[in-house]
Design a protein around this ligand. Structure first.
Ligand SMILES: Nc1ncnc2c1ncn2[C@@H]1O[C@H](COP(=O)(O)OP(=O)(O)OP(=O)(O)O)[C@@H](O)[C@H]1O
Ligand SMILES: [Mg+2]
Length: 383
């Protein structure tokens, strides 16, 4: 059987650029080479794309000549990618680009998991791993995600959203007072669209709340304030399209007061506890909540569903869904599947299968009106 040509897309302009390289390196070494022929596509910090069909160390890919994205986003294949640098060999990058069966995007944060990249891949008519445009965008937006989760009857922490320049109009102090009266203190203040805890802070006093709003506003025009919960952090990995499955739950034990950027990527004392220490009923509850949350946000392929488990009440709150979770071999998502009986290389196979399945199902949908239907306005009589 011919090998499937997989494009591994990594890097990106977000603060998670380096994490993406580590994730992609793990994926590259675990992909079964008897089944897949891998092309590497690296996006550098300036947003330039670099492409090679050869197996190179990933940081080297980023040093290769860059290629241009299609100037017109209506181009139907990534074949439109051409080298920008005079003298660069045009054949290698464009040949690699033209021959992909499926893309595995592992770019975290803005421009990678917010639906924009997914939109580009849709236009290119390429199957890709993970959620589609709409769900990716929803999972990235903490305000919209909470509205949909709450609407589906799922437990989320009480929150208030400041959108559309309201912070600028009303001023930070007025916003802080409003937030304090609606959700109280202590509170967590977050840019609606962010990742890796950037721009997020905890406020215990009014002065801190004002400062936290100012900080979050620098990262997004839309900011949310939510009630702080004294909680353990439990995560569940979900995998699938129409019939998603949930892994066993795992727990994050950060030594710092909250699981911030430092704790996530630089603090070796952050521990993963798999399985999480929950009783059997709680384990079943969290797994079904994870699947319900996945469905509520119309996720496909995969997502990591993160919960806050309140210590005093032993209640779960859905904190957020991550459409492209960390994928290093010590990351929670693949670890949870490994502990649930699905080893890392098989997980990759499954994700690729799900991507192809989704693309295939979509390509079978009608795109034209039924032949018998007359276009609007073409009928007889008054119009
Ligand atoms: N309401 C809350 N109560 C208590 N702790 C919270 C709350 N919200 C967030 N935290 C803490 O802050 C951390 C970061 O918040 P959150 O997960 O919402 O942000 P994020 O930057 O989008 O994370 P990710 O990188 O996983 O997408 C959480 O892991 C948790 O430790
Ligand atoms: Mg988080």
């Amino acid at each position: 059987m011919a090998k499937l040509r997989v494009g591994l897309l990594f890097g990106g302009r977000s603060v998670e650029h380096d994490v993406s390289i580590v994730s992609a390196t793990s994926i590259l070494s675990a992909l079964d080479r008897s089944r897949y022929e891998v092309s590497l596509i690296g996006v550098d910090q300036e947003g330039r794309w670099h492409l090679t069909s050869a197996d190179r160390a990933l940081p080297e890919v980023l040093a290769a000549p860059s290629v241009m994205l299609p100037a017109v986003p209506g181009a139907t294949t990534l074949r439109a990618l051409e080298p920008t640098r005079a003298g660069a060999s045009p054949s290698e990058p464009s040949a690699a680009a033209a021959q992909l069966d499926v893309v595995f995007p592992i770019i975290h944060g803005r421009g990678g998991e917010d639906g924009t990249l997914q939109g580009l891949l849709e236009l290119a008519e390429l199957p890709y791993v993970g959620s589609g445009v709409l769900s990716s965008a929803i999972q990235m937006d903490k305000d919209i995600a909470k509205r949909l989760l709450a609407g589906a009857g799922l437990p989320v922490t009480p929150w208030i959203t400041f959108s559309g320049g309201r912070l600028d109009r009303d001023g930070l102090s007025a916003a802080a007072e409003r937030a304090e009266s609606e959700v109280g203190l202590p509170a967590f203040v977050k840019p609606a669209n962010s990742g890796s805890s950037v721009g997020i802070s905890r406020a215990d006093t009014m002065a801190e709340l004002v400062a936290a709003l100012g900080l979050a506003r620098r990262y997004d025009r839309k900011v949310i304030v939510e009630a702080a919960v004294d909680a353990r952090e439990i995560e569940v990995a979900v995998l699938g399209n129409d019939e998603p499955e949930a892994s066993i739950p795992g727990e994050i034990r950060a030594s710092k007061s909250f699981y911030d950027y430092e704790a996530k990527y630089h603090d070796a004392s952050t521990q993963l506890l798999i399985p999480a220490d929950l009783d059997p009923d709680e384990t079943e509850t969290i797994r079904s909540l994870a699947i319900a949350a996945y469905r509520a946000l119309e996720a496909e392929g995969m997502a990591r569903v993160d919960f806050l488990f309140e210590r005093s009440t032993r209640r779960f709150f859905v904190n957020e869904l991550n459409s492209l979770p960390g994928f290093t071999n010590v990351s929670m998502y693949p670890k949870l599947w490994e502990a649930s009986g699905l080893p890392y290389p098989r997980l990759l196979d499954r994700l690729i299968e799900l991507a192809l399945e989704r693309h295939d199902r979509r390509s079978k949908l009608e795109t034209h009106p039924p032949a018998a239907t007359k276009p609007i306005g073409s009928g007889s009589g008054a119009s």
